[in-house]
Design a protein around this ligand. Structure first.
Ligand code: FE2
Ligand code: FE2
Length: 348
């Protein structure tokens, strides 16, 4: 074990890219009508109850060593990765647990699925939190849940957003796992060998969110569903792209990965997967899609620099404005690009 003092992960600044905590309309969630899909929900519940990863998240001997040999920069990037991953997992745990508790009397099958998903997310967050201690850091999860701002989303938006965050989570973990399986010399910390089974949890969670989306036809058919699909796909993809390209590049490079190739393949695979859930997906094969995202990178760096400066808040807001307008313009143009219609019968 490392003997240096442990520091709390509380000083990091909130940015538009930090993971968020969500809340929703629990009454509407309780009234969700699953008739017509009951067999699928029962099958999903059986999958969660099988609990394939019950014995997976156990720290083995490989963790019992000092990580002092890693250079300080690599450790700092690791901390950032572990902290944001742990916060995302914990945010999922809180939301799923709260839904499960609030709807269990009226909608027991859906509630139990949420309850078992919260079990998975608690394991994931706990495992990451232990890893953070290896890098001299603790994340006070109970305090985090009290101090973080909660964003309200109506149930259907929770379904779109969580479907995508689960599926992109799956692709993120599996692609890191595949890279390190091919280049074991770059596996500088043992947590990555847990990713293969771990990401199967995320994929199942995504499948459940897909099922929730299909409880109402208007979520997957018609012009509104088309626009919401485009909006959520773009939000999730742009967030990942800018986060990875501007804030996490060094982390991926420490693992011997090419960040740009990684982020592109994860977005492409998630977009392809989303054809099973959304009526339309983004045209990620169009060069304009990547050109517009790439153009945002220097502006994101500028925003980060201004945010980290010592200027008064009003000066920061003023200085960031032209860069934020640039991003907003690019996102608007990306939203207006011609989408790809999901093939007939693709939606599961
Ligand atoms: Fe998770
Ligand atoms: Fe998950």
């Amino acid at each position: 074990m490392v003997a240096t003092p442990v520091k709390a992960a509380t000083e990091r600044k909130e940015t538009i890219l930090t993971p968020r905590f969500y809340t929703t309309d629990f009454g509407a969630m309780a009234n969700l009508d699953i008739s017509g899909h009951e067999a699928e929900f029962e099958a999903m519940l059986a999958e969660f109850q099988a609990d394939y990863n019950r014995r997976h998240f156990v720290r083995d001997k490989e963790f019992e060593q000092s990580w002092a040999h890693l250079d300080e920069k690599t450790k700092e990037h690791f901390r950032f990765f572990l902290e944001s991953s742990c916060t995302s997992e914990f945010s999922g745990f809180l939301l799923y647990k709260e839904i499960a508790v609030r709807i269990k009397d009226k909608n027991p099958i859906v509630a139990e699925c949420f309850n078992l998903m919260s079990r998975d997310e608690a394991r994931h967050a706990g495992f990451l939190n232990k890893a953070m201690q290896d890098f001299d850091m603790v994340l006070d999860l109970s305090n985090l849940s009290k101090t973080k701002k909660y964003v309200y989303f109506a149930p259907k938006f929770i379904f779109y957003a969580t479907y995508l965050s689960e599926k992109i989570g799956y692709w993120r973990y599996i692609k890191i796992h595949q890279h390190l399986a091919a280049h074991p010399e770059n596996r500088i910390y043992p947590i990555f060998k847990f990713f293969e089974s771990w990401c199967q949890d995320e994929s199942r969670h995504g499948d459940f969110c897909n099922l929730l989306l299909r409880t109402e036809k208007q979520n997957i058919e018609g012009w509104q569903a088309n626009w919401w699909s485009r909006f959520f796909l773009l939000s999730v993809f742009a967030t990942m792209y800018l986060n990875d390209m501007c804030n996490r590049k060094e982390f991926y490079e420490a693992l011997g990965m090419n960040t740009e190739e990684y982020v592109k393949v994860v977005i492409r695979e998630t977009n392809r997967d989303a054809m099973k859930a959304f009526p339309v997906v983004l045209n990620v094969d169009h060069p304009e899609f990547w050109a517009r995202l790439e153009a945002c990178i220097p502006h994101m760096h500028q925003i980060n620099r201004i945010q980290a400066s010592d200027q008064p808040q009003w000066q920061k807001a003023l200085a960031k404005l032209p860069h934020q307008l640039f991003l907003a313009w690019q996102f608007l143009r990306l939203m207006l690009m011609q989408p790809i219609v999901s093939p007939k019968g693709a939606i599961l």
